[in-house]
Design a protein around this ligand. Structure first.
Ligand code: CDT
Length: 301
């Protein structure tokens, strides 16, 4: 039976001019707060080290490369890894990854409590567009700067728990959760940067956007009998608002903790992973109840 205290470290806005070093100081402050509350693991957002740069249209490759990390840990993030090791806390966070052979991904990593990277995920569902779109109120150029992840949806047994990762838009797709659920996942960690307004529908407000975020993560948790921790980068980044709404969800789909600000904010909950067993053995016993002979369309079109 594994019980872990899991914290979500929501980050407030990161401006374009903010250095990675200044963000890491904020991440360490949240890590210290998590330690003081007895956390075993801290979950940070998508692209945690920088502003949400895909909102900016860029053509110059050197300018684009500035936003990507070529190794992890690196000089800027080593203090975060060092502090996590000192505090004996596992962490997961997202960043732009440029590989040695020149591929670009929206990536997250997870560590064990000794700060060893034990898992890596590259975002599969890239929203937005690849060329400048004059019809939108603002740009969302993930398809320009990233390739779809090439690693698939994997799980890792880390600190006694079966963990999987997803990134932002992935949370809106039941396939994400089911791929992880089929591997017995008990904890899905998700970082996100979600604009507070819809660039293509100005009438869509924050309330609906928060609802859709909750709906996606609560249903993913319930339908796969897993904990889900979704953590935002929030606040006003250079005039562009990102919503908060970070939550920790239990395997019944109930919200155990919720962020109430759009700033740096820690949420925390005790997660008893034995609570994943009941759903996995009963209503969501995939082996007994799924009818895969009728699911062919899911992968053929
Ligand atoms: N970062 C990210 O994936 N954000 C998207 C916004 C989609 S709008 C083009 C999200 O699903 O929250």
């Amino acid at each position: 039976m594994t019980i872990m205290k899991i914290a979500g470290a929501q980050l407030g806005a990161i401006q374009k001019a903010d250095s990675r070093e200044s963000v890491v100081i904020r991440m360490i402050a949240l890590l210290d707060e998590a330690a003081s509350k007895g956390a075993d693991m801290v979950v940070y957002p998508e692209l945690a080290l920088t502003t949400f740069f895909p909102r900016w249209y860029m053509e110059d490759q050197a300018e684009i490369d500035f936003w990507f990390e070529t190794e992890m840990p690196n000089a800027a993030t080593q203090p975060l890894f060092d502090r996590a090791r000192e505090l004996n806390i596992a962490i997961t966070f997202g960043y732009g990854e440029k590989t040695p052979d020149g591929h670009y991904y929206n990536t997250s990593v997870v560590t064990d409590r000794q700060a060893n990277i034990v898992g890596k995920y590259r975002k599969v569902h890239l929203p937005g567009h690849s060329e400048y779109d004059t019809e939108r109120a603002f740009q969302h150029l993930e398809k320009r700067y990233f390739e779809p992840g090439d690693l698939g949806f994997n799980v890792w047994r880390n600190e006694g728990v079966i963990m999987g990762m997803a990134i932002c838009n992935d949370r809106r797709w039941p396939e994400t959760f089911r791929c992880l659920g089929l591997q017995g996942v008990e904890l899905v960690t998700i970082g996100y940067n979600t604009p507070s307004v819809n660039s293509q529908m100005s009438a869509e407000g924050l309330e609906k956007r928060l609802f859709h975020s909750d709906l996606s993560m609560q249903s993913g948790a319930y339908q796969n009998s897993t904990y889900v921790v979704g953590v935002a980068k929030a606040g006003n980044e250079d005039g562009h608002p990102l919503m908060g709404g970070s939550i920790i969800v239990d395997p019944d789909g109930f919200v155990l903790a919720r962020a109430v600000t759009e700033e740096d904010e820690l949420i925390i909950a005790e997660c008893d992973f034995s609570k994943c067993d009941f759903g996995k053995k009963t209503i969501f016993d995939f082996e007994r109840h799924r009818r895969i002979e009728h699911y062919g369309r899911l992968t053929s079109q």
